[in-house]
Design a protein around this ligand. Structure first.
Ligand code: ZN
Length: 114
């Protein structure tokens, strides 16, 4: 879930006032919806910085789709990472590591789809 701070809400409102449009894609770093400025620049209101989009418009949809799979995998990687930090049982650590490796492998495959 996206937790929006008051600051980022204001930033979003400001962007909309400037004629920016909200996109279905979200920031790879914080998952906040991205905004497209009138000059075509993509920005994240939360990170408050331009986001570099790899592809041209034609590929945006494919990229977005890949992005969302990648995003889901990344979320899982972070979850496992968090569990690993506190886990003390060696056999559980082993299972977590295996899962982590599979997730990283899956991310690699998603990237190769493009
Ligand atoms: Zn962001």
């Amino acid at each position: 879930m996206i937790a929006l701070s008051e600051g980022s809400m204001k930033q979003m409102a400001e962007l909309l006032r400037k004629g920016a449009t909200m996109l279905s894609e979200s920031c790879p770093e914080c998952n906040t919806p991205l905004f497209k400025l009138q000059d075509g620049t993509l920005v994240c209101p939360m990170c408050n910085k331009p986001v570099v989009v790899v592809s041209a418009d034609a590929d945006t949809e494919v990229m977005a789709q890949q992005g969302s799979i990648d995003q889901t995998l990344l979320t899982k990687v972070k979850e496992i990472q968090g569990m690993l930090e506190t886990e003390k049982d060696p056999s559980k650590i082993n299972t977590l590591l295996e899962t982590l490796m599979k997730l990283l492998d899956a991310r690699e495959r998603v990237r190769k789809l493009g």
